[in-house]
Design a protein around this ligand. Structure first.
Ligand code: SAH
Length: 394
């Protein structure tokens, strides 16, 4: 293809030979001229052999690989990749399912599309670019999306105001790039919820907890549930459907608490088992009693970068210690970490330390991760980010 050529230093093609999709800036020997941010470039080894093509960007990850073949990155490329992604979602049963119309259609590297996230909520798809290249291609991507999801998706909302590099000065604003609908009620496993794609966090809902919420439902019967860091209340309405005795939802954001109340009312109008509190997690855990026998801890990422790892682990330790201190004997704790830099082992050690501090007998019932619509590319293990433990506390 006639893309600008980028030559790698000797030996720096090794990770690409193993299909890892990132090229760090330090691996580059020289470039033909000066590529623009977001431009497609072709990567060559020091022996001048083509090895991959991808989006160029200024920063530590200089190229995000789109293809290991010398092919054009054009409308048929996007069509092909999005079709494969949609087929996968049909195969795993989250798409074309009368009980569920909420799922992640594209999960970046997990779908061989680094820098791109697409979540589907009923008739609306929310597209989020995390790289300049995906931002540049957004209209082509939207065209392909319309074709692949014809009859399903009628609106496309582009939401990249906070996910694009600030320095690229793209001045991007959120908004519909196709259609436009105020109907924002979506369905997950038969439960309804409002998605705030306009102002909400991420693409408007945490799609990645679907299966873990379904598991929680199985444990909820007759229990007193605390859903800490509830956001829009996902775990709460599953607990209610599962027959919980009472459900208390807590989040420091008053907006999140409003949304939780609305979502509970949407599914269980007038149900007095639910109460929600806008309060800081640590304050609430300190002041609460020992009435809960099912606790969910799903905090925001405590570490976004490697440097913050130590503090993050301390955060997980403290948080979980409070739950172990207060949970009723025979209680069940669902505890999560969504920090990418915190490994499964790190997290388990932090929770283990917290358990030991409480001196209680604790068993691991389940080890949880992200669902199949957030696939991990086997060549990009960094894509595994969600970790959870379900614990039985004697
Ligand atoms: N469990 C949710 C997702 C949680 S996201 C779901 O299933 O959808 C993390 C949430 O933690 C956010 O809503 C954020 O507002 C909240 N949060 C962040 N810091 C907090 C704190 N110190 N105390 C309580 N909530 C906090």
């Amino acid at each position: 293809m006639n893309y600008r050529k980028v030559y790698l230093k000797k030996g720096k093609e090794e990770s690409l030979k193993r299909f890892h999709p990132w090229v760090f800036s330090g691996a580059i020997q020289r470039m033909e001229g000066e590529p623009e941010e977001g431009e497609v470039v072709s990567l060559f080894t020091s022996e001048k052999q083509f090895i991959a093509s991808g989006h160029y960007q200024i920063g530590s990850i200089a190229v995000r690989v789109l293809s290991f073949q010398d092919e054009p990155i054009d409308s048929s490329f996007w069509l092909k990749r999005l079709s494969v992604a949609y087929q996968l979602r049909c195969a795993i049963g989250v798409a074309e399912n009368p009980n569920n119309n909420t799922y992640r259609l594209v999960h970046g590297e997990g779908d061989n599309l680094p820098g791109l996230v697409i979540d589907v909520y009923g008739k609306t798809a929310v597209v989020q670019a995390h790289s300049v290249g995906m931002h540049v291609c957004r209209m082509e991507i939207a065209e392909a999306l319309k074709q692949v999801m014809a009859g399903v998706v009628e609106n496309i909302y582009y939401k990249s105001e906070t996910t694009l590099p600030y320095k690229a000065e793209l001045g991007q604003e959120n908004g519909f790039i196709y259609g436009g609908s105020a109907d924002n009620v979506a369905l997950e496993n038969g439960l309804k919820f409002h998605v705030d794609w306009l102002k909400g966090q991420k693409t408007g809902f945490f799609v990645d907890q679907r299966e873990n919420r379904a598991l929680l439902e199985r444990y909820a019967k007759g229990r007193s549930v605390l859903n800490m860091f509830c956001y829009t209340g996902g775990f709460s309405f599953y607990a209610m459907r599962g027959g919980a005795k009472l459900v208390h939802s807590v989040d420091s954001s008053a907006k999140a608490i409003d949304l939780t109340n609305q979502n509970v009312a949407l599914n269980f109008p007038g149900d007095s088992r639910h109460e929600a509190y806008a309060e800081d997690a640590f304050k609430y855990l300190d002041r609460m009693g020992d009435q809960y026998d099912l606790i969910i801890l799903d905090p925001p990422a405590f570490a976004k970068h490697k440097d913050a790892l130590r503090n993050a682990l301390q955060g997980y330790r403290k948080l979980n210690a409070k739950a172990f201190e207060k949970i009723k004997p025979g209680g069940i704790l669902f505890t999560f970490s969504c920090s990418q830099v915190v490994t499964k082992d790190h997290f388990r050690t932090a929770v283990f330390t917290a358990a030991a501090m409480s001196g209680r007998s604790v068993r691991i019932l389940h080890q949880l991760t992200q669902p199949a619509d957030h696939p991990v590319n086997i060549y990009h293990p960094e894509g595994e980010y969600l970790k959870g433990l379900v614990l039985y506390v004697e």
